[in-house]
Design a protein. Structure first.
Length: 233
């Protein structure tokens, strides 16, 4: 396994680019500074700079105090970066996923079935449950399932009709892990789709998931509940 596949890709700063810039300026400045200095160094309006500074204080990333006496007029608030308690570092949730799926594969007698069961529970949780009086037809069921898949990151494509209904999944959000632990990860995805359809009381079920039919393509095959019952009878 290539080490390059393990670290998660870097994302944008959670506080936004402008706030991250303000924090960078604070960390590079040894003395406490006021709103005006931050605004001048970042190019932000004073009110915007003050907003970001106060937010950084609330998040524990900056400290605010009132400047000491000796100056005429109202004492001003000054800011400095808070001391870092924990060194910043990279996160590697993909590595954690690799380790946990490996553990499941080794520790459970039927890891694929356990993954289907766990996936169903999460699918029920993620689905938008209809009201008790609402009847869900196949089109609405597919729409709701597609929304769940979109939210998770599968990038589902247009539904293909034929002998069975097929939903193309054009992106696997867990691809690196799935390539090594296909039985567990793909079974988890199969269960997730089945659970979502059960939660919305759909007249459809996911018969099977066909993984990696292309470099970035999996196919979810749906069938009617009656056909599924006949196959399992």
């Amino acid at each position: 396994m290539s080490e390059q596949t393990l670290p998660d890709p870097a994302g944008p700063p959670t506080a936004g680019e402008s706030r991250a810039h303000v924090l960078d300026v604070l960390r590079a400045t040894p003395e406490a500074v006021g709103v005006r200095e931050i605004a001048e160094q970042t190019g932000l309006h004073s009110n915007t700079a003050r907003f970001h500074l106060d937010t950084l204080v609330k998040e524990g990333l900056a400290e605010r105090r009132t400047e000491g006496g000796g100056r005429p007029g109202r004492p001003r608030a000054v800011y400095r970066a808070a001391a870092s308690r924990v060194p910043a570092g990279r996160r590697s949730y993909q590595l954690l996923a690799q380790m946990l799926t490996g553990l499941i594969t080794e520790a459970l007698p039927q890891p694929a079935q356990a993954a289907v069961t766990a996936g169903e529970a999460w699918g029920r949780y993620l689905a938008d449950t209809p009201s008790p009086a609402q009847r869900i037809n196949p089109d609405e069921a597919i729409r709701r399932l597609t929304q769940v898949l979109t939210d998770v990151g599968f990038a589902p494509g247009s539904v293909q009709d034929g002998p069975d209904t097929v939903i193309p999944l054009r992106h696997c959000p867990f691809r690196e892990v799935a390539e090594e632990h296909r039985d567990v990860v793909c079974s988890l995805h199969l269960g997730l789709m089945r659970g979502a359809l059960k939660e919305v009381r759909a007249p459809l079920s996911v018969d099977r998931l066909e993984p990696f039919v292309g470099p970035s393509l999996c196919l979810a095959h749906l069938t009617s509940a009656e056909q599924q019952a006949d196959r399992t009878a």
